[in-house]
Ligand binder design. Structure first.
Ligand code: MN
Length: 495
């Protein structure tokens, strides 16, 4: 349901001017094409890099950036000044430009040719000051952009472009995502609520409510042979006991999954929410169904949490091809330890198997909430490794993104009586400081948990979204974090 990243393009646009004559401009174009081709072929950049043109006048800048605005495949623009490019030329185009911009501050040659360098060479290779003129204009216009500095052959430059391009693709998709809110919110819950009109203005995605009966119609239309087929898929993909394979509960769960899938496909949704308080006409709270929808790339938020659902969908677009997986998550319960304290993350059912260690077990157990029949779910552990939790909250006058860098830890104990997928993690800088900062920031109990994406992806995304980002990492101190929140309160006051 997600389009592969290589169906998206970023356009490589080089700035120059008319003063240099044909010879130099020919070289500028040739070099630009060579750089764009090398970036396009780099395995670190998953989207296509398309050399567009050398712009030399205000009209050319404007026409090219307008074309980028309306292109369906272009998710962002890489700008580079090979020579000097007087930046008043860029004002009209940049003012109209609405997609992510990265300013690649590089130059064609890597080192200075000490013996050969002359004034012709100096004339042709002016990025060091040409890019500063451009940088001034972007800053003067208060335009968001990412700056990447380094030679274009360096791997770290390509990796930074790769990260930015993944964020740009996620942002491109998010801007047109339809989120279905099946049922409303879990009653009285605050953080999953928010201003859906403001969200659509800011992020582009729409959130609209559907009665659970709209979904039930799709579930009831599922045929028995489709259910049998899906159960064989469960049998092949997971560890399933024979008693479970033959159970009514698993048939009901499979039927729910097929109904949910066709409901989402029929509506063209990229993300959805549901709530255990509104399951009229359904036998179970969707467990394995939501787990598998997430694995297929849909965003999901429990209890009406549309912000996490939308963010998860964007994350699924960004992480394609990376190892580790990404899931809906909830900080569930703590282990206070003498040396270090840990968090056990989980949910009632809905954790994405993309983060699973090994083959998940498919089981049926009672659920102590919601008053429905016993739901089927996938149960698994998660391997150790670096990870993050990301939350998006509505602070009333603005949206705030919060990231906590964590380290997943392979559980040393079996947890034989816990019938849900779970992940254990240690927080940076430590659990007590991280939880303290998270609570001060108003971070939600629901998050996007990712082992595939790190903070940089979300920093790039938050800048494209033009929203506040608070990062809790190894350098976080509570005193500084409090100041940061206070200062941000002033900074975002004018929005
Ligand atoms: Mn929850």
């Amino acid at each position: 349901m997600i389009k592969p990243l290589n169906t998206y393009e970023v356009w490589f646009i080089t700035g120059s001017q008319d003063l240099y004559g044909d010879e130099i401009l020919k070289n500028v174009a040739k070099h630009s094409e060579e750089i764009a081709k090398a970036l396009d072929e780099s395995s670190s950049i998953p989207v296509r890099v398309k050399y567009k043109t050398v712009v030399k006048s205000p009209d050319e800048v404007y026409a090219t950036l307008e074309e980028a605005n309306t292109s369906k495949s272009c998710v962002g623009v890489i700008a580079w000044m090979h020579t000097f490019s007087p930046a008043k030329m860029w004002i009209r185009g940049l003012n109209a430009f609405r997609k992510p911009l990265v300013h690649l501050h590089t130059q064609y040659n890597q080192g200075i040719p000490w013996d050969k360098i002359d004034m012709d060479f100096m004339n042709e290779n002016q990025s060091a000051h040409g890019d500063r003129e451009f940088g001034f204009m972007v800053s003067r216009l208060r335009k968001q952009r990412k700056v990447i500095v380094g030679h274009w052959k360096e791997e770290k430059v390509r990796k930074a472009l790769g990260t930015w391009s993944r964020a740009a693709a996620g942002w491109h998709v998010l801007r047109q995502t339809k989120v279905a809110r099946i049922g409303d919110n879990m009653r009285e819950v605050a953080v999953t609520e928010g201003d859906k009109v403001e969200a659509q203005m800011k992020f582009g995605f729409s959130v609209n409510t559907y009665g659970v009966g709209d979904l039930v119609q799709f579930i009831n239309a599922v045929k028995d042979n489709e259910v049998d087929q899906l159960i064989s898929e469960y049998r092949d993909s997971y560890q399933v006991a024979d008693t479970v394979l033959k159970s009514h509960a698993l048939k009901d769960a499979a039927k729910i999954e097929l109904g949910l899938k066709s409901f989402l496909e029929d509506g063209g949704f990229g993300a959805y929410t549901n709530t255990f308080e509104d399951l009229h006409g359904m036998k179970q709270l969707p467990g394995i169904a939501s787990q598998r929808m997430m694995a297929a790339g849909y965003g999901f938020g429990a209890e009406g949490d549309w912000k996490t659902a939308a963010l998860l969908h964007a994350s699924k677009v960004m992480e394609q091809g990376l190892a580790g997986g990404t899931s809906f998550m909830e900080d569930y319960t703590y282990h206070f330890g003498e040396e270090r304290s840990l968090v056990l993350g989980s949910h009632m059912l809905e954790i994405c198997p993309s983060i699973a260690s090994g083959k998940p077990r498919c089981e049926v157990h009672p659920l102590g909430i919601g008053g429905k029949e016993d739901p089927a779910r996938l149960v698994f552990n998660v391997d150790g490794g670096e990870a993050i939790n990301v939350s998006l909250v509505d602070m009333g006058n603005r949206f705030r993104m919060i990231v906590n860098e964590v380290k997943a830890i392979k559980p040393e104990k079996d947890l034989p009586k816990l019938p849900v997928a779970r992940v254990l993690w240690d927080c940076y800088p430590d659990m007590e400081t991280a939880a303290h900062a998270w609570i001060l920031a108003g971070g939600a109990h629901h998050t996007v948990f990712s082992k595939a994406l790190n903070t940089q992806y979300f920093e790039d995304l938050a800048e494209m979204m033009d929203i506040e980002l608070l990062v809790i990492d190894k350098d976080t101190s509570i005193r500084n974090f409090k100041d940061q929140i206070r200062w941000n309160e002033i900074y975002y006051h004018h929005f």
